[in-house]
Ligand binder design. Sequence first.
Ligand SMILES: Cc1cc2nc3c(=O)[nH]c(=O)nc-3n(C[C@H](O)[C@H](O)[C@H](O)COP(=O)(O)O)c2cc1C
Length: 189
Amino acid sequence: MAAILSVSGSPSATSRTARLLRHLDDRLREQGHDVISLDVRTLPAEALLGADFRHPAVVEATALFEQVDGVVIGTPVYKAAYSGLLKSLLDLLPQYALTGKTVLPLATGGSTAHVLAIDYALRPVLSSMGAAHIVQGWFTLDKDITAGDDGTLTVAPGAAEALAQVTDQFSAALGGRTTGRTTVLAPVG
Ligand SMILES: Cc1cc2nc3c(=O)[nH]c(=O)nc-3n(C[C@H](O)[C@H](O)[C@H](O)COP(=O)(O)O)c2cc1C
């Protein structure tokens, strides 16, 4: 099966995007993939803001992108586009860091006015970085994601099925096996 890097670009310590991604990571693991999770907010701010390409944490993150077959990129929509935090990491990666990779773009946002942010903002960046195959992404409204204090995550019906579908399409593109579940409603630890 494939090696996957799952990247959350939210600066929030209580990020719904990150919680959602960690949940999808578990689904991808069930399908036989090795998944590495990366929250960009855990990388040193001075390296990201100072364009410190040689910082060990940036070198390590760059190596993770090199090692994997597939990348999940998740971001909150900020000002009608992806987060600045996500861009600060992407800007430190080599121009063609996504060459040969299959990519699943995901976004969460507060307004359906920006449901196309994945397609008009994020997708061109991923394409410019050489992504071989950018599968269908999904925008989830923040109000449709409920994260419990006990680690549980609930996604509203409709959004849950759509997320399961795009995740499974990404998995299949990477040679994963199917789980047969049609939702992403199971609790996460
Ligand atoms: C600074 C800021 C800007 C935002 N701009 C938008 C926006 O332009 N469009 C939108 O739909 N949601 C916008 N939102 C809402 C977030 O995208 C949404 O709540 C998202 O789910 C937050 O994800 P997180 O919990 O992972 O940080 C904004 C939120 C913040 C804090």
